[in-house]
Design a protein around this ligand. Structure first.
Ligand SMILES: [Zn+2]
Length: 66
């Protein structure tokens, strides 16, 4: 589930929203209620497939580099 961070252009309050991929629903600031929100960036919550997390330890104990 992607997480989108929005910043309110009205008061500067930052809020993170969970959205489905491709979603384009409008968000409103929880502080001032303004709809003038700017999307800053998106991250992905833990649990998605990432092969890099297994590279720092050998899963079988027989890797020559370890
Ligand atoms: Zn606001």
């Amino acid at each position: 589930m992607p997480i989108f961070e929005y910043k309110c252009k009205h008061c500067g309050h930052k809020t993170e929203f969970l959205e489905k991929a491709g979603g384009s629903r409008k968000h409103s600031c929880e502080k001032c209620g303004s709809n003038n929100m700017q999307r800053l960036f998106s991250t992905f919550s833990a649990g998605s497939s990432s092969k890099s997390s297994a590279s720092d330890s050998c899963p079988t104990g027989t890797c020559p580099l370890s």
